[in-house]
Design a protein around this ligand. Structure first.
Ligand code: FES
Length: 578
């Protein structure tokens, strides 16, 4: 079964034409073009804070490229593609029930053409038909003095486009390693760029109020101006009509398709007993939404986060093969063959599923209690650490003694983790779990985890020396380190709520700690974590271990108890060094 799935994955990931990927790229690229245009527009507006002349000079660099033939094709082409793809998303939705942020993205996307049409068409048509030079004085006079309502509409348009673009960028970038660190600076930029732009616009408005109206160009008659304004109105109304008809047509086609599909329904059954009937072609996530069943979908159904994943309990014969996006995500999380992404899975018959990251009904959470968050996927390093032979050590000792010893040990682990840049996740009996990389990159996280291990071992040796007369033998720990994707979020209930991590990476790190015990080693670290760290651990033995649920063995480095440490990292075993 695994090899069957693997072959499906490799087939889906081959170089074959993948329309969904192409459309996603088209949406992204067109969005980036529009966002670049709006950013340049806002930056140009903010130059008015220096002077209108400076803003006019900026037009040449920032706005005129968009008025050339290639610039016009690029801008209008991007706008058209983006709107068409938003309409397509709307058409494909089996249910209009969706998270607020997704609804906001669609709504903002559809509002944009309606809001910018007046300004864009007005400036272009009036300028070309009357031969008027459209500079900032002209535009600001028109929007600030002559038609302030249109001015307000333009400000709203800029803010809507900006918000839509920022939301889109956030959803695109939020899983990048560098994003959490960059997010505060990007947020400052996201606030300052429109604020400076609008302040520049207001400043220019006040300056223009004090200027005499511009002299009408020689030869420009009132009739010609009326003709230009009438043409602008015709084009504007046509643009409004096209947009509204497109939306109406999309909704009409969607409801016709739904009518057709209603004759051909499937049942999505949940292990909890709920049954939702949806038109064939709906995704399992859409079924959950239609049935009001809580279902995590952190990436909004884009097939990237894997939080919507379900185990298929029955109805395997109704499952189409995973597409390229789904296959890639399932491969990334090493999903077992019966696991599928609910947002991508569109069964062609009845199925029974079990959502693997179970969401809670809001009403089951007592008010006043901070709800758990589903978290998000991050590349992190996880460290597990456990005292060796603690049970024997605790035998025949007073509980006070054990508490004293444990607290010294916990302090050593806690300090080492924090000073290395990690976060202590929890103590479990005499063991500890720590996370690295919540605010840094995966390579740095791996270096931090190895650095923390070295500090734990060194401090424990010191403690053993201090307690030499009190304990039968020096204290030893077994440490396991692995790096990979994990879901990180606030989990728990009520007052017991912590940011923690779950997933295969955590399980494997725990398994490596057990391997360290089996091999009487100080540290067992996966080759992946070593490679990411960039440290040279080639002096240590490599072994292969099996991991439950994975057909492939895992290569790990075994750092023995007598290893040497240099600059806070394991280097080589002592006899080699000697
Ligand atoms: S919602 Fe993110 S993968 Fe399905």
């Amino acid at each position: 079964m695994t090899s069957l799935l693997e072959s499906r994955f490799s087939r889906a990931s081959s170089g074959a034409f993948q329309p969904e990927r192409v459309l996603r790229t088209a949406r992204l690229v067109s969005g980036l073009v529009l966002f670049t245009f709006v950013t340049m527009h806002l930056v140009n507006l903010s130059l008015n804070l220096i002077s209108i002349r400076t803003a006019d000079a900026g037009l040449e660099w920032l706005m005129e490229p968009w008025q050339t033939v290639p610039g016009t094709i690029l801008l209008y082409g991007a706008a058209a593609i983006h709107v068409v793809l938003v309409l397509r998303t709307l058409y494909l939705k089996r249910t209009l029930k969706m998270p607020a942020r997704e609804a906001a993205q669609i709504l903002l996307g559809l509002l944009i053409p309606l809001l910018i049409a007046e300004h864009v068409i007005g400036v272009r048509v009036y300028g070309s038909m009357t031969g008027t030079v459209i500079d900032y004085e002209f535009v600001v006079r028109a929007l600030w003095i002559d038609t302030p309502l249109v001015g307000v509409k333009q400000v709203a348009a800029l803010l809507v486009i900006w918000a839509h673009g920022c939301l889109g960028l956030h959803f695109w970038l939020r899983y990048r390693d560098w994003y959490p660190a960059a997010a505060p600076y990007l947020l400052i930029g996201a606030v300052l760029v429109p604020v400076f732009g609008l302040l520049g616009f207001a400043d220019a408005g006040k300056v223009v109020e004090g200027l005499a109206p511009a002299v009408r160009p020689a030869g420009l008659t009132i009739d010609r101006i009326r003709e230009a304004l009438a043409t602008k109105d015709i084009l504007l109304n046509t643009a409004y009509l096209i947009t509204l008809v497109s939306v109406a047509l999309t909704l009409l086609l969607r409801s016709l398709r739904q009518k057709r599909e209603r004759r051909n329904q499937i049942e999505v059954r949940y292990e909890s007993g709920e049954i939702v009937r949806v038109p064939m072609g709906s995704s399992v996530l859409e079924a959950s939404r239609a049935g009001g069943i809580p279902h995590y979908s952190i990436c909004g159904g884009r097939g990237r986060c894997s939080t919507c994943r379900v185990r298929v309990i029955a109805g395997e014969e109704s499952l189409p093969a995973p597409g390229a996006i789904e296959a890639a995500t399932l491969a990334r999380i090493h999903a077992s063959p019966d696991v599928r992404l609910a947002c991508q899975l569109r069964p062609v018959g009845d199925v029974t599923v079990l959502p693997l990251l179970a969401a809670v009904h809001e009403r089951t959470v007592p008010s006043g209690i901070r709800a758990a968050t589903p978290g998000r996927e991050r590349e992190i390093a996880v460290l597990f650490c456990d005292i060796r032979g603690f049970t024997a050590l605790a035998d025949h000792r007073l509980p006070y003694d054990i508490v004293f010893l444990l607290n010294r040990y916990f302090a050593i682990v806690g300090r080492a983790v924090e000073q290395s840049g990690g976060r202590l996740d929890k103590f479990i009996g005499d063991g500890a779990m720590a996370l690295f990389g919540l605010e840094t990159s995966a390579p740095e996280a791996c270096r931090q985890a190895l650095n923390a291990s070295a500090a734990i071992l060194a401090d424990l040796e010191r403690l053993s020396g201090e307690l030499a007369g009190e304990i039968p033998s020096p204290l030893k720990v077994a440490i396991g380190i692995h790096s990979g994707p994990a879901i990180v979020g606030a989990m728990g209930y009520g007052g017991v709520m912590n940011v923690t991590a779950i997933g295969d990476t955590v399980n494997i790190a725990s398994r490596l700690e057990s391997v360290a015990k089996e091999f009487n080693a100080a540290i067992v670290v996966s080759d992946k974590a070593v490679d990411l760290s960039g440290l040279d651990l080639s002096g240590f033995d490599t072994i292969e271990i099996s991991i439950r649920g994975s057909a492939r063995p895992l290569h790990v480095r075994v750092v023995p108890q007598d290893a040497m440490f240099q600059n806070g990292f394991p280097t080589v075993r002592s006899e080699t060094a000697a």
